[in-house]
Design a protein around this ligand. Structure first.
Ligand SMILES: [Mg+2]
Ligand SMILES: [Zn+2]
Length: 194
């Protein structure tokens, strides 16, 4: 039995500008080439799943409802411009030093942990070994590699930042492909798709 192939997409710095704390729909800035890339990936039959660390929740800057509202705003803007809808959106609201104790947990879903990807695979019958994780931070690559996906590192966001805070240090895996944005990532992914 073979599962579906998917592309797991980080949100901030891959689909939209990483503003540090995106909590209002008005601040959404879609990055260049994203629409065309999503269209192409869907045309190749790939599931499209957004997986995002949302520390804005742990930092008390927004509620989980706000995160979902921003995601809906992003998706409706993309769809209005001709992009396909996403198959799912999963996010981690936790942080090891969250201001809200309810979110101060060593979870299995904050990237570099692979929990969000693995949860999406179970939910949608996705085979991680046929799938690709696209992200701008080393933690995205680590999450994808740990889940068994190939990885693409896009140089559109926080790729040069210091590693994010985690409960356990992680080694940055070598990306299977490095490129300057989602359009180039989609070309590499679809070119390799069997
Ligand atoms: Mg990012
Ligand atoms: Zn989490």
């Amino acid at each position: 039995m073979t599962g579906r192939a998917a592309v797991f997409l980080d949100r901030d710095g891959v689909l939209v500008e990483d503003t540090g704390a995106l909590v209002h729909a008005d601040d959404v800035r879609v990055l260049p080439g994203v629409i065309e890339a999503l269209v192409s990936l869907r045309e190749h039959g790939l599931a499209l799943v957004v997986v995002s660390n949302q520390t804005v929740v742990a930092r008390g800057l927004a509620g989980e409802d706000d995160v979902i509202a921003v995601q809906l705003a992003i998706e409706s803007r993309l769809v209005a411009a001709g992009a396909p809808a996403f198959d799912d959106f999963l996010f981690c609201p936790h942080h090891p030093s969250a201001t809200d104790p309810a979110y101060r947990v060593a979870c299995d879903c904050r990237k570099p942990a692979p929990g969000l990807i693995l949860r999406a695979c179970a939910r949608h019958g996705i085979d991680p070994r046929r799938s690709v994780m696209v992200g701008d931070r080393p933690s995205d690559l680590a999450a994808g590699a740990q889940a068994g996906c190939r990885t693409v590192w896009v140089q559109t966001g926080r790729h040069a930042d210091a590693p994010i805070e985690t409960t356990s240090p992680f080694a940055t895996p070598t990306a299977d492909h490095v490129c300057d944005g989602l359009c180039a990532a989609a070309r590499w992914i679809t070119g390799r798709a069997a």
